[in-house]
Design a protein around this ligand. Sequence first.
Ligand code: TYD
Length: 214
Amino acid sequence: MIPRQARDGAGVWVTFEGGDGSGKTTQAALLEQWLEASGRSVVRTREPGGTDVGALVRDIVLHHRGDIAPRAEALLYAADRAHHVETLVRPALERGDVVIQDRYLDSSVAYQGAGRVLDAGEVRNLSLWAAGGALPDVTVLLDLDPQQARARLDAADKPFDRLEAERADFHARVRAAYLELAAADPARFLVLDATRPAAELAAAVRARVEPLLA
Ligand code: TYD
């Protein structure tokens, strides 16, 4: 599957990216509400874990006690992605639905590539292979300083998963990697300052998505 420009009559695919605690889930929910109110058929999903197979993978990558070899971790996310795109995202787009997705391959490049010891280009190619080359129409990057993100997570008072528990320099590298990805593909990315009020962010997302719905 290929980007929208070459996907005749297909649906619209929006992904949300950003560090942990950047507000992706809130923005995905607001976009979903707006689209549903305007009568669009929406599929809201996430990686890892958007399918039954994905839920099993999610449990390993987020909750396994002990180390996972970096290449194994990259392959687990890629396996989740391959199954997710093939069985859920692609059919929804072919039906003409709007797919709103929390995290996609940019997460792998940022977290496994830049955040870890793997080559970012190799991680990207692995994901592209897994997903048959599929790229979203719009990727909203909610950019947030990792220290502010940490304060939000602390305030939420939930136990940390494996990746959230990584050190501050890891999260700083993830942020930098995301900003580099966005700069390299401005046609796909919408970068927003995640400290802005949620309603303002939602309006900016709607303005970017609306022209694609025609
Ligand atoms: P999740 O609970 O979905 O994230 P959030 O904290 O944003 O709600 O957990 C997903 C975690 O998995 C998150 O820390 C980022 C990480 N991740 C990767 O490392 N690589 C990937 O390819 C994906 C999709 C997620």
